[in-house]
Design a protein around this ligand. Structure first.
Ligand SMILES: [Zn+2]
Length: 442
């Protein structure tokens, strides 16, 4: 599910696609410290699809363990990666202490990784060793996210990374690469259908949740991923305020990482969709809304939770498995007037998953916390395609696609999607085991 890491071996060269951290259940903690199942110094290139930590989080470890080749991604991915990695380093330090291990990596390893990191725009073909060509396609998942297409001798394979379902108000839609033979695809929502797909529905849902919570004089807490989700939500709240669809109220962004990522977003407006690029050119400040306050330190964070009156708090981490959001949850979950709004994928075992699944009591920092707050979910903030969209994506590729490897999902989700592809698209789709391998013609 997490820890994305693929190896393409052409005989004369070895290419890695992504090198992510395992996240979610604590049983994964150890996995991040395990040696890679290949010699890092034998890898020719590392291609990175996007800056989510489950796709980049072990890159500094790869470098620490001897990788000295180049890392290739889009420019926006590289810009987002550095703050993301520094944040992951802090989190992994805490885990290291807990499980009695050395830190996974330090600032020097991150600096070393950044010094090996080159950028390539979408649709610019790059020549790699052993006659392999690389091209990035926009996957519409987060700023700068890309699918990586490797081709040689008329054959090609695409690694999708994560695929966006067109829900972001900021990003262009996911592209559909054509004429490819093999596909390694994600399946996070391989067995889920998002009912509320339309943007207007999503804004209405958000407006309703804000209004209901404000009517109870409660707090709306939104655990949000620092990348993409926070920016999408800030933008949507700004739209609701601007059209007076909801009453104005204080909005606190309590995530130092999300603040840095938001600044990076503003430095790369060329990665926004055409409409947003135009609005930025016209001088619009997409993430500036009246009443927005950035929360800088943890003390201030405590004051925010306990302040009176209706308000919105956006805090990391998105799955409530650490970060400032956890303290807010301890304060807000027992309050029947407040609301926790789930807007993203919650990994099995995470606190966010327990809250989303309706737990009446959760444990936070060893203490039992009753859940009396309202819990709402808006699926269409998801940065992933749902099951129907994933199938449609495959069907649109058409000939000569004949082998699909369904990966990056919980087992039931991957198996469901693979079956659906076989049944409806009549294509050969399998779910490879972790550590498994397949021979392809390239
Ligand atoms: Zn992702």
């Amino acid at each position: 599910m997490t820890g994305s890491n693929f190896l393409l071996d052409t005989g004369g060269a070895k290419f890695l696609v992504d090198c992510g951290l395992f996240q979610g259940e604590h049983s994964f903690d150890d996995a991040n410290w395990m040696p890679f199942p290949f010699d890092p110094s034998s890898i020719s290139y590392l291609i990175n699809t996007h800056a989510h930590i489950d796709h980049i989080g072990r890159i500094p470890k790869l470098v620490k363990d001897g990788y000295r080749g180049r890392i290739i991604s889009t420019e926006a991915t590289r810009a987002l990666a550095e703050p993301m990695l520094l944040d992951a380093m802090e989190l992994s330090r805490k885990t290291a202490e807990k499980i009695g291990k050395e830190p996974l990596y330090d600032e020097r390893d991150i600096a070393q990784a950044m010094s090996q990191w080159d950028t390539v725009p979408y649709h610019k073909e790059v020549t790699l060793p052993d006659g392999v060509m690389l091209e990035f396609f926009n996957s519409g998942h987060i700023l700068g996210s890309a699918m990586a297409k490797f081709s040689r001798g008329g054959k090609s394979i695409v690694f999708t990374g994560d695929l966006g379902g067109g829900n972001s108000p900021l990003l262009p839609l996911c592209e559909n690469p054509k004429g490819i033979n093999y596909l390694v695809m994600e399946s996070v929502y391989g067995d889920k259908t998002q009912a509320d797909k339309e943007r207007s529905t999503r804004l209405n849902d958000l407006a309703r949740v804000i209004k209901d919570t404000a009517a109870r004089n409660g707090t709306l807490l939104i655990p949000a991923f620092s990348t993409e989700r926070t920016q999408d939500i800030l933008f949507d709240i700004r739209e609701l305020f601007a059209t007076n669809a909801v009453q104005h109220m204080p909005v606190f962004l309590d995530s130092p990482l999300a603040q840095k990522i938001t600044e990076s977003y503003l430095r790369y407006p060329q990665y926004f969709n055409a409409q947003m690029q135009r609005r930025v050119e016209e001088g619009e400040k997409l993430f500036e809304l009246p009443g927005l306050r950035y929360v800088h330190d943890a003390m201030e964070s405590h004051d925010v939770s306990s302040s009176q009156g209706p308000k919105i708090i956006i805090a990391g981490s998105g799955m409530s498995n650490g970060g400032r959001v956890v303290a807010h949850e301890a304060a807000i979950l027992p309050d029947k007037n407040s609301t926790v709004l789930i807007v993203g994928y919650q990994a099995a075992g995470s606190l966010g998953r327990k809250i989303a699944e309706g737990a009446k009591k959760v444990t936070i920092k060893g203490k039992p916390v009753p859940v009396r707050a309202h819990v709402e979910t808006i699926y269409s903030y998801s940065a992933h395609m749902d099951s129907g969209q994933l199938l449609e994506f495959v069907e649109k590729i058409g000939e000569p696609l004949h082998d699909i490897f369904v990966t990056m999902g919980e087992p039931a989700s991957s198996a469901f999607l693979a079956q659906r592809i076989r049944d409806y698209a009549g294509l050969h789709a399998t779910v490879p085991a972790e550590g498994g391998s397949a021979v392809i013609e390239l």
